[in-house]
Ligand binder design. Sequence first.
Ligand code: FMN
Ligand code: SF4
Length: 441
Amino acid sequence: MAGQTRMLFRHVDEPGLASIDTYRRLGGYRALEKALRDIDPDELLSSLEDSGLRGRGGAGFSMGKKASFLPRGDMEKFLCCNADESEPGAFKDRELMSKNPHQLIEGIVIAAVAAGIGQAFVFIRGEYWEVADILDRAVEEAYAAGYVGENILDTGHRVELVVHRGAGAYICGEETALLDALEGKRGNPRLKPPFPAIQGLYGGPTLINNVETLSNVPHIVKNGSDWFKGFGTEQSPGTKVVSVSGCVQRPGNYEIELGIPSREIIYGLAGGPPEGHEVKAWFPGGSSAPVLTADELDLPYSFESMADAGSMLGSGSIIVADENVSIPHLALRTARFYHHESCGKCTPCREGTNWTVKMLERVISGEATPMDLDVISSVQDNIIGNCLCVLGDSMAMPVGSMVAKFRHEFEAAIEAGRDAAPRPLDESPTDVKPVPVGAAG
Ligand SMILES: Cc1cc2nc3c(=O)[nH]c(=O)nc-3n(C[C@H](O)[C@H](O)[C@H](O)COP(=O)(O)O)c2cc1C
Ligand code: SF4
C-alpha cells in the first residue's frame, strides 16, 4: 500500500493471521520469548520507556513511563487493555484485534512481565461481539501454547488473561469508569488522584493501555527502542493507525509514519472528497478534537503539531467534512452524542451538554439570536477543565472551535431558520446544504 508504513499492519492481509500457527510462522511470539529469556524485567521497562511510545488511546502519555509508575513488590497488580473504542470516527482497534489478535496478546503479556503484573484483562466494547469471539479463540490458543497462564514458557512468569465484554456505554472507555465497569459496578469515572497506577482495579496498582499502544510492544522488544525511534518524529515516534471517515473517497484504516503531512493521509491515502468537492473542515482526533480547516491540511500529522494547531491527535481518527456539510448541524450532532453519553456525575458536563444541545437546536430552528452564539461559546469555556473526566471537554472543545472558526455559518443558520419553514432537527448534516452568509432575510 503506497504511502503507508506498515508495522502493526505488516501482515494484515495474510490469510489466517488470526490463528496462532500463522502468527508464529510470520515471527510471532519471538519478542515474548526474547523478553522472558534474554531480558531482565527492569531492562524491558527501560527499553519501553526509551522507545518514546506514546499512548494511542487519546492522551498520548508515555507508555513506558506509565508502566514505571506501578509500585514494585509482590502485591497483586493488574493490566487493563482498553478496547472500548466507542468514539465517533474511531475503528482502528477493531481491525487490529480482529485481524491480528495475537500481536495484541503478545504485547499484553510482555507489558505485564515488564511491570510485574499477574492478571490482565481486555475490556472490549460490547457491540464488538464478533471481535470478542476472535479474541477469545486467540487467548485459548495462547494458553494452550504456554504463552499465557502459569509458568509461561517454563520461565516462572505468570500472566492470566481474560476478555471482558462491556455493555455499550461510551463512558466505559474512560479509564476509571472502565475499572468500575470491570468490577461489576455502573461505569462512572472516579476522582483522580489516586491514579490507576497506584490504586486501580480492586484497589490494586493497574496499568491501563489502549489496544494499539500494546500492539506496538512486541515490535519494540523484537527490534529495539532505537529502531522504533527511527520512525516518526522525535516527540511522536513510531507509526499510527489512522481511521479516516466522512467525506473521502476511500474511508478506512491506514498505518502511517507519524509526522507526514496530513494532506497525504486525507488526499493521498483516503482519496480526498468526491470529485468536484473540497475539504472544508476536518477533525484530526475524532469527534472530540477541535476542528481544523482546509488551510491546515499541510500540517504534519503528529501529537505535537496537532497540539500546536490548537487541536489534538487523540486516538488518530480523522473525520473529513466537505463544503456540503453544515457545521451547525455537525455541532448539534456532536453535542447530542456527548449529552447522551454523559454519565451525569458532575454538573458542568451534565448541565453543559444539555444546555449546548438546547441552544444549538435554537440556532437551527431560528429561535436564537447571534448573541446566543456568545453564550454557547461561554458555556463551552466553562466546561473545559472543570469536569470530573474529559467527556465534558470532549464536547466543549469541538463545539467551541466550530462556533469560533465557522461563526458565519451559525449566523447564517439563525437567519435562515428564522425565515424558512421549520427544518427537521434530525436532518443529516451531510444532507444539508450550508446557507451562504447573508442569503436569508
Ligand atoms: C469519555 C472517554 C472515552 C474514552 N474511550 C477510550 C477508548 O475507547 N479506548 C481507549 O484506549 N481510550 C479511551 N479513553 C482514554 C482512556 O481514558 C485512557 O487515557 C487510555 O485508555 C490510556 O491508554 P493509552 O495510554 O495507551 O492511550 C477515553 C477517555 C474518555 C474521557
Ligand atoms: S465529565 Fe461527564 S461523563 Fe465525565 S464524570 Fe462528569 S458527568 Fe460524567
